[in-house]
Design a protein around this ligand. Structure first.
Ligand SMILES: [Zn+2]
Length: 403
């Protein structure tokens, strides 16, 4: 099995090339959607003799009027399933001048396969498909039925992807199944993600009074007030100080991030400033409590400058219950990673925002895992061919494991 997967290197590169060339940016980000890529994959899997179902989610913004969600099965000795869920969509390439090559043409440089989507999430697609192909080519029946899910809309909320699939097809997935989501991980393969922090994104708007910079006494400078508010908010990590060894970093984080443009010239004192706070909060805390403290601390600081502060929620995602670090899917993965990579993997929590949260909300045990280069969403995104071979071997081990 492992040997066979080693022979698929060229096929893996070719599959990456086909996937990279099919632009699957969602309509929220100005793209055509995932249809072309989904059709290609459906034809490929059908050609291998697999039955492929599509559960399309309505979306009038794309030409087809629907977003594809493909599900294929390779029957095993048992009806319980081992699932691998990957996503079809990619994020836009961003500033093209930051790329050394065309983002939608695969470039091979030694072990590196460069192009938009190669890691996020073609790596999941390629490794799961190749593990299934190895079983087919060798005529091996897996112990559990293998389920491949290839979903849309992961990058922009999953409302037309996994969230839709779980709501419209609640019987597809069972708590008895092993569910693996190859969409995040670590470069040394040892991060098996089982928990997430809650996410709270806040917009902070400071309202003062604009005036000429030569007569500041006539205005209320919101940029200066914003700077003081940001410093005052450094109190937050001291107030929400619980640490959990499951997470890296182990504490809640409260980062000022985006700052909207204010005035258009140097000699104007701004009377309106907007910045954002990205809070990643341990599951132990209530998000309403965090928002309350941001308002109280921020307002006290803004008041000193005669400036008003408004705090609005942009996104609020209470972290779902964690997957049990002893769940069968975690144990199976840890064992397979040890067999293939010879390393001791560890169930851990991350800062939040993976599609696995939708499974966890339904109390379906899921582990997020792959071997990454940490170039997802970046210019010159790449994956390593050696990781494709290694991760496909890990998945194949899980498919064959008796538990
Ligand atoms: Zn992804």
């Amino acid at each position: 099995m492992s040997e066979r997967l080693g022979q698929y290197r060229e096929e893996m590169v070719n599959l990456q090339r086909e996937l990279v060339s099919r632009v699957a940016v969602g309509p929220d980000q100005g793209g055509p959607g995932e249809e072309e890529k989904a059709l290609f994959l459906k034809n490929l899997l059908t050609g291998w003799g697999l039955e492929v179902d599509n559960y399309p989610a309505p979306d009038p913004r794309v030409a087809e009027g629907v977003r594809p969600n493909l599900v294929a099965f390779l029957p095993g000795e048992r009806a319980e399933k081992a699932w691998v869920l990957s996503h079809l969509d990619v994020v836009p390439p961003g500033d093209l001048s930051l790329w050394d090559s065309d983002p939608y043409t695969l470039k091979v440089e030694g072990d590196r396969l460069i192009g938009r989507g190669t890691e996020d999430d073609h790596q999941g697609i390629v490794t799961s498909l190749m593990a299934v192909k190895a079983l087919l080519d060798l005529g091996i029946t897996p112990s559990r039925t293998v389920g491949l899910a290839l979903v849309a809309d992961e990058e922009t909320g999953s409302g037309r992807g996994l969230d839709f699939l779980l709501k419209s097809q609640p019987h597809l997935f069972s708590p008895e199944d092993l569910i693996i989501v190859p969409d995040a991980g670590s470069p040394d393969s040892t991060l098996v993600e089982v928990a997430e922090k809650s996410i709270l994104w806040l917009r902070l708007t400071l309202l003062g009074e604009q005036c000429h910079a030569s007569r500041p006494q006539l205005g209320k400078n919101t940029l200066r007030a914003a700077a003081h508010v940001i410093v005052a908010l450094e109190e937050l990590p001291r107030e929400f100080a619980i640490k959990s060894p499951l997470f890296e970093p182990p504490e809640s984080t409260f980062e000022p991030t985006q700052k909207e443009a204010n005035v258009g010239n140097i000699n104007t004192i701004p009377g309106r400033d907007v910045f954002y706070l990205d809070c990643r909060v341990l599951p132990e805390y209530d998000l309403a409590q965090v928002k309350g403290r941001v308002e109280a601390i921020g307002r006290e600081s803004a008041r000193k400058f005669g400036v008003e502060l408004r705090v609005e929620v942009v996104q609020e995602l209470k972290s779902p219950p964690a997957t049990d670090p002893e769940a069968p899917v975690v144990r199976a993965l840890v064992k397979a990673i040890c067999q293939v990579y010879g390393r001791e993997a560890r169930p851990q929590g991350i800062g939040g925002g993976t599609v696995a949260a939708f499974f966890r909300q339904q109390h379906l045990p899921v582990a997020v895992w792959m071997t990454v280069t940490h170039t997802a969403h970046q210019p010159n995104e790449f994956c390593l061919l050696s990781n494709l071979v290694g991760d496909a071997r890990v998945l194949a081990h899980v498919f064959l494991a008796e538990d």
